[in-house]
Design a protein around this ligand. Sequence first.
Ligand code: FES
Ligand SMILES: [Fe+2]
Length: 356
Amino acid sequence: MTRESANAPFLRNAWYVGAWPEELASGLFGRTIMNEPIAFFRDAGGQVNAVEDRCCHRGAALTDGKVIETGLQCGYHGLVFNGKGKCVEIPGQDAIPPMAQIKYYPVVERQGFIWIWMGDPARADESQIIDWKFHDDQKVYPHRKAVLPIKANYLMMIDNLMDLTHLGYVHSKTIGGNPLSHVSAKMDVTRTEHGCKLVRWMLDALPPPTYLKGVPFAGKVDRWQEFEYVLPGSVLQWSGALDVGKGAQQNRDQHGVHLRLYHAITPETENSSHYLFSVGASFGQDDPAVIETIFNDTYPTFIEDVEIMNNQQARIDLDPGKPLINIKADNALHHARRAFNAAYEAEQQAMRQAAE
Ligand code: FES
Ligand SMILES: [Fe+2]
C-alpha cells in the first residue's frame, strides 16, 4: 500500500496562528508564511496588522523600518503604509499614486493568539477562529508559550502529533516508557466537523512523575490523552488524570491533572514550518514553579520530534515521489490527511469555478 506525498500543498482560505503577541513586543515583527514575507505591526491605536514585507517603491523590507503615528514607515525612503497596505505618505510629494499599495492580510488578535488569514480577504470569517478559552485567565490555566522552527512540511508535524506510537521510540529518554505499551494501547479515532479526534485511555495506571509534581495522587489513576486535529494547522491536546474510582471516563471535569496544549503549525515554505505551542495546566496555580516544571519537562520532547522531522524531510526531498507505506498505527494520521485532502480539493474546485 502506498500513500500520497508527505509534502502537503498550502490550504489558503483558512486562519493560521501567525505569531504570539509576545513576539510582537517591539511593535514590529517579520515572519514568512507560505513563501510570503509578512510584516506584523501594532499601530498607534493598538491594533495588530499584517502586510507584505516588501515596499512597493524599491522593494526594501518593511521590517527594516519602524512604526509611526500614521502606520508602518519604510526604512529606506520613508513611505508610510497603513494596515490595509495602502500608502498614506510619500515624503516630499503630495499626490499618492493608486499603485502605491502593498498586499495586506486580515488579522485577529484574540485569546493570546495573532491569527492570520492567508487567502481571499473577502472570505475571512472571524467566527471560524478556534476558541481556546484556556488562555483567557493565567490564574485559572497558567500557561507558557514557545516557537520552534521545523525544517519540514507543516503536515509532517500534524502526522507526528496524531501518532502516539512514536512515543516509546522518539521519546524513550524523556516521556516514552515501554515502546510496545504505546503501540498496543487502545485508541479511538473519530471524525469531527473540521478534522478528527484521537482519544487514548490508560486505566488504573501509575501517575507519571510530572503529574505528581502538581497533584499528590495517593494511588493509581485513570489517564487520558486526547488530540484533536482542526484544519488546517492546529492540534488541540487535552491530557490528564483522575484518581481511580472517580468515573473519569464518564466525567473528566473534576479536580485532578488537566493539561491543555495548543499546537499550531504554520507553513513557512513547502518544506519548513513554524511550530507555535502553548502548554497550560489547571493545577498548582499558586506555585509558578509548577507550570515552569511542566513546560521544562515537555519542551525537550518537542525538540526530539523536530530532530526526527528535519532529517525525515531531508530524506523525502531527495526523491519526493518515492512511495511510503502505511501501517496500522497510522490510523489517526490518515484520518487527518483525509480531512485535509478533502478540504484542499474543495478549495481547488472553488477556485476553478471562480476562475471560469
Ligand atoms: S524602498 Fe521603501 S521607501 Fe523606497
Ligand atoms: Fe512526539
